[in-house]
Design a protein around this ligand. Structure first.
Ligand SMILES: Nc1ncnc2c1ncn2[C@@H]1O[C@H](COP(=O)(O)OP(=O)(O)O)[C@@H](O)[C@H]1O
Ligand SMILES: [Mg+2]
Length: 374
C-alpha cells in the first residue's frame, strides 16, 4: 500500500535531524517537530501556544543582546532573517547556538502570517570560533608587547655596542698607542663583529618599530641617481674581487625625488648586497630605473645569480626566512633585509616584488615609489 502524501511529509519532518518549528507573528509556537522536542526538552503539549521568549529563547543572550527585540523584528522584517545565527536556550537553562533559516508564510493578502524556522546546533563551532578569536587576540597583543619592548630597548642595546665599536676602532688604529700585529688582527675582529651586531640590532629594531606602527618617514628631496651611484660604489670592491660586472640603466626621466633617503638607501643597499651575495663569480648585477606612466619610479635590481625556485617564493619576504641551499649556507644573514625593505617601500606607498625564472636563472627585485603621494 502506498503512503499518502501527507504521511510522507509527516515522516520527513518528524524524522529529520534538524529543529523544525513554526511560530506566529507574536512568537507563539504553532509547531514543534520531534527533534526540536528532544533537543530543547519540551514535549509538544508543553510548548505549543507558548511564546518562544522565555522558553527556547532567553529575553537576552549571554552577551546582553536583546533577543525579544530580535523576535519582534523578525515578524516585521522576515527577509532580513532568512539566515540567522543566535543564542537559544534549552529547558535546563543551558545556552546553545543555532544556525537558523527562517521563511515567512504569507496570508492571502501578503501579510506575514507565520514563520517557519529550521535550525541546526552550532554550539561547538561557535565555541571553536570564539577560542580562535581569543587566541588571535592574545597572539596580537603578545606581538605588540614584543614590538614595543624592542622599540623601547633600542637605546639600551645600542649604547654599549657603540662603546665596543668606537673604542676597538680607536685601539686598532693605534690612536691610543702602538699595538702588535696579533692585537691589531683581534681588535679588527672585535670591531667587525660589533658592527655586524649593530646592523643586526638595527634591523630588528626597525622591524619592530614598523610593526608597532611607530616608524615615521623623514622626508627630504634628493637625487635618486646619486643614491644608485653610491650604492654601487659600496659594493664595487667586492664586485672586483668576484669579477662581477655592475651595470646601471637609469632613464633620463629619473631624478629628484621626495622620500626618506636613509630608508631608500637601505633598501637599495639590501637589494644590491643580496645580488652580490647570491651571484657567482663572473656574473652580472644591475640597477634599472625609470619613471612610469603612473607617475611612479620603478626600480629593478637584477642579477644573474642563483635565482629563486617557485616553491621558495613565499619565504622571500617573510621575516627570518632564508632559502637553504648549499650555496646560501656559506653566507651569513638574518633573513630580515627583504621584509624590512618591503615595509619601508610600503610606508612610502610603493610596492615590492620579485621575479625569477628559477634555479640559476637569476633574480629581479622590483619596487615602486609614487611621486605624487609623498
Ligand atoms: N638576489 C637574490 N637571489 C637569490 N636569492 C635571494 C636574492 N635575494 C634574496 N634571496 C633569498 O631571500 C632570502 C632572504 O633575503 P634577506 O631578507 O635579504 O635576508 P638575508 O640576506 O639576511 O639572507 C635570502 O636568504 C635568499 O635565500
Ligand atoms: Mg639580505
Amino acid at each position: 500500500m502506498t503512503k499518502s502524501v501527507e504521511m510522507q511529509y509527516y515522516e520527513i519532518v518528524e524524522n529529520s535531524n534538524s529543529i523544525i518549528l513554526r511560530m506566529d507573528t507574536k512568537g507563539d509556537v504553532t509547531f514543534f517537530n520531534r527533534y526540536a522536542q528532544s533537543f530543547f526538552g519540551y514535549r509538544q503539549e508543553e510548548i505549543l501556544g507558548k511564546n518562544v521568549i522565555g522558553t527556547i529563547v532567553a529575553p537576552a543572550d549571554s552577551s546582553g543582546r536583546d533577543l525579544k527585540a530580535m523576535i519582534d523584528d523578525m515578524a516585521m522584517h522576515p527577509a532580513e532573517y532568512v539566515e540567522n545565527k543566535n543564542e537559544n536556550m534549552l529547558r535546563s537553562g543551558e545556552r546553545v547556538w543555532i544556525a537558523w533559516t527562517n521563511k515567512a508564510v504569507l496570508d492571502k493578502d501578503g501579510r506575514v502570517k507565520e514563520i517557519i524556522c529550521i535550525g541546526n546546533n552550532i554550539t561547538k563551532l561557535k565555541q571553536a570560533e570564539e577560542e580562535i578569536l581569543k587566541a588571535k587576540e592574545a597572539a596580537e597583543s603578545a606581538n605588540k608587547a614584543k614590538s614595543s619592548f624592542l622599540a623601547n630597548m633600542s637605546h639600551e642595546l645600542r649604547t654599549p655596542l657603540n662603546a665596543i665599536i668606537g673604542f676597538s676602532e680607536l685601539m686598532k688604529d693605534e690612536s691610543v698607542g702602538a699595538i702588535n700585529e696579533k692585537q691589531k688582527e683581534y681588535l679588527g675582529y672585535v670591531w667587525e663583529s660589533g658592527k655586524h651586531l649593530l646592523s643586526l640590532i638595527n634591523d630588528i629594531l626597525d622591524l619592530s618599530k614598523v610593526e608597532a606602527g611607530k616608524m615615521e618617514l623623514e622626508l627630504s628631496e634628493f637625487d635618486l641617481r646619486e643614491l644608485f651611484k653610491k650604492s654601487l660604489m659600496f659594493v664595487s670592491d667586492r664586485a672586483a674581487r668576484k669579477a662581477v660586472t655592475l651595470l646601471t640603466d637609469i632613464n633620463e626621466n629619473v631624478g629628484l625625488i621626495r622620500a626618506d633617503e636613509r630608508k631608500i638607501k637601505q633598501v637599495i643597499f639590501n637589494l644590491v648586497s643580496n645580488s652580490m651575495k647570491f651571484t657567482l663569480d663572473g656574473g652580472k648585477i644591475g640597477i634599472q630605473a625609470e619613471k612610469t606612466e603612473e607617475n611612479e619610479i620603478l626600480v629593478c635590481v637584477w642579477d644573474t645569480g642563483i635565482g629563486i625556485e617557485a616553491k621558495d617564493a613565499s619565504k622571500i619576504f617573510s621575516e627570518f626566512e632564508q632559502i637553504t641551499s648549499d650555496y646560501s649556507r656559506q653566507y651569513a644573514g638574518t633573513g630580515l633585509g627583504l621584509p624590512l625593505s618591503k615595509k619601508f617601500i610600503e610606508l612610502h606607498g610603493g610596492r615590492m616584488w620579485f621575479e625569477s625564472e628559477g634555479k640559476d636563472k637569476g633574480s629581479r627585485f622590483y619596487f615602486t615609489l609614487p611621486l605624487n603621494r609623498v
